[in-house]
Design a protein around this ligand. Structure first.
Ligand code: FES
Length: 152
């Protein structure tokens, strides 16, 4: 059944009446109109739906509303609020990363979580953090260059 669930979204306290089994992806898109977070596969395989829950990159299609009670969620709309987020956003523009753009919100959320936790990532750190984010246009080389430039 429906439940009132409180959470913080991009720094604002919010409440949503909903089914605790509803995926966070659809809560963000439908209840909060935050449509920057994209639906790709719905099965945890592509990373298009990546957001932060308490600073960790998670797949919002695989995260249930009931699991994020009281948590702090950051979406692409709020990603540039931090220093790391600003550097990543600037670097993405400077490196002209996106092609079709569909996967890029998820890419940026994974990259931002990486640099927040590991300010000077090695190539292996970058590969490990980014391997769950697929890009059909194969912008991988520019994604890695943008992460390195933002870390420098
Ligand atoms: Fe969530 Fe693909 S839509 S991982």
């Amino acid at each position: 059944g429906e439940m009132a669930i409180s959470l913080t979204v991009n720094g604002k306290k919010r409440q949503v009446e909903g089914d605790p089994a509803k995926p966070l992806l659809w809560v963000l898109r439908e209840d909060f109109d935050l449509v920057g977070t994209k639906f790709g596969c719905g099965a945890g395989l592509c990373g298009a739906c990546t957001v932060h829950v308490d600073g960790q990159a998670v797949r919002s299609c695989q995260t249930l509303l009931g699991d994020v009670k009281g948590a702090a969620i950051t979406t692409i709309e709020g990603a540039a609020a931090t220093d790391v987020g600003k550097r990543i956003a600037a670097s993405w523009i400077a490196q002209d990363v996106p092609q079709c753009g569909y996967c890029q919100a998820g890419q940026i959320m994974s990259a931002t979580a990486l640099l927040s936790q590991t300010p000077k990532p090695t190539d292996e750190d970058i590969d490990a953090a980014m391997m769950g984010n697929l890009c059909r246009c194969s912008t991988y080389v520019r994604i890695r260059a943008a992460i390195k430039a933002a870390a420098a």
